[in-house]
Design a protein around this ligand. Structure first.
Ligand code: PRT
Ligand code: ZN
Length: 294
């Protein structure tokens, strides 16, 4: 019987949709239905274990799953609060669900830098990461542990400041709070334990990771096509972000214009297009790249 690689994923929440989308872009075919704990991938020997994100590091560590996708913030927190060393490490950074774990307070609290936290109360759902930060900075403060709605703690009078995840900053602003220190930067990561996988599972994981790498790279990579005056090709090429030598093709019926095509491995901003136009480039097209393998 073929061994099936098991991947732990968040069932529902901020990580779930992007995790499913990433795996689908890697060619995995599956459907998430109802309350099932396991989803079977139809076209590869892979099963998806659908759980709460907080459980993912320990499931990977305890062999309930071979790998998992989880926020780095959750991984680090679970590692810090685990009684025994948690056997789950980052294998690959995935570049989505980016956020920061920040300390924040209101203007009226008088807390504007982490040095002001001495002797105060800080509300958080991250006692592990916050505790480590305070210890490293030699600050004696009281942690008020909450399960959620941390941003409300100052207004209900149970803490002077908070330590919580921030992405757009809208939640802090709506609660009259300002971030004054970032204690952890996070993104979704692939986690794995130190256990050796069987050769079949390892080969499948290597294949999956090559595809993930291709998906991440192609998301940042664009194909650019434009027409340019011959004497400006060098200056135009110099403006293209992260590109190799472009392909230059003569244009029918034109002696001084050529068509230029290049793969750019970095984002092309509107400003770059405006600069290209100023150099004489015309009919500029920027196209997404669906798949890449180098
Ligand atoms: O049910 P389960 O336990 O699986 O999910 P959960 O409720 O614990 O987590 P969920 O789905 O809210 O978040 C999953 C992961 O998404 C987190 O562990 C982070 O890695 C990542 N992530 C990215 C975020 C945010 N951005 C985020 N903004 N997680 C939470 N937030 C919250 C934050 O706590 C605050 O309440 O959003 C609010 C702030 O957002 P802004 O945009 O207003 O700054
Ligand atoms: Zn959670």
């Amino acid at each position: 019987m073929t061994e099936r690689l098991r991947i732990a994923l968040q069932k529902k929440g901020r990580l779930a949709d992007d995790s499913f989308a990433l795996l689908k872009k890697c060619g995995l075919r599956f459907a998430i239905r109802g309350d099932g704990l396991l989803a079977r991938v139809k076209n590869m020997p892979i099963d998806l274990l659908l759980v709460r994100d907080d459980d993912i590091p320990s499931f990977v560590a305890n062999d309930a799953s071979d790998i998992g996708i989880v926020g780095e913030n959750v991984l680090v927190e679970e590692q810090l609060v685990a009684k025994d060393k948690l056997d789950a490490e980052i294998t690959m950074r995935l570049g989505f669900s980016r956020c920061k774990l920040c300390l924040a307070a209101s203007e009226s609290s008088g807390i504007m830098k982490f040095g002001d936290l001495e002797g105060t109360r800080i509300a958080t759902t991250y006692p592990g990461v916050l505790g480590r930060f305070l210890k490293d900075q030699n600050i004696d403060a009281k942690l008020v542990e909450m399960k959620g709605a941390v941003e409300l703690a100052p207004s209900i009078g149970i803490a002077e400041s908070i330590c919580d995840l921030v992405s757009s900053g809208a939640t802090l602003e709506a609660n009259g709070l300002t971030a004054f220190e970032t204690i952890l930067e996070s993104e979704a990561v692939l986690v794995q334990s130190g256990r050796k996988l069987s050769p079949e599972k390892q080969a499948l994981l290597d294949k999956l990771m090559r595809r993930i790498d291709g998906v991440i790279k192609s998301a940042e990579t664009k194909y650019i096509m434009l027409n340019a005056p011959k004497d400006k090709v060098e200056a135009i090429t110099a403006l293209l972000p992260g590109s190799d030598a472009p392909t230059i093709i003569p244009l029918a019926g034109s002696d001084n214009l050529v068509a230029l095509q290049a793969v750019c491995t970095e984002n092309i901003f509107w400003e770059t297009l405006e600069d290209l136009k100023a150099l004489g480039a015309r009919a500029i097209l920027v196209l997404p790249i669906e798949k890449m393998m180098s």
